[in-house]
Design a protein around this ligand. Sequence first.
Ligand code: ZN
Length: 127
Amino acid sequence: MICPNCDRVDMFSVSREKTVYEYRNVYSDNKKEHKSADNHHKYKGPWKLEETVVSDEMTLRCSACETDVDIKKVKGIGEIKIDKAKGVVFVNDFFDQFNVSGKTEKQRKGDRRIKKERREDNESQDK
Ligand SMILES: [Zn+2]
């Protein structure tokens, strides 16, 4: 598939946000050895890791131009499904492009809504 931003081929990747919380203890007393000549309270030691938080939200990006990709702009693709373990499903927009079903846009939107509701029903049964 071609990146809509830079036209490079097969450079897609999935990105997620990972937040690292670190802390560093600091002397707050007024002992001379705990302060610098210009009055900074010195650190007691190096940075320590408190927590790493990984976001569940994942986005498609292009590794070549390093931008997030708007999937609607990728030729032939209607939507994507990202599974953090298995990979990415690219769903083509064949029916949107050619309207093979002969249905109106309103009917197709209705079909999508029904499918979505069915999917949500299935998901709630899985839990
Ligand atoms: Zn690109």
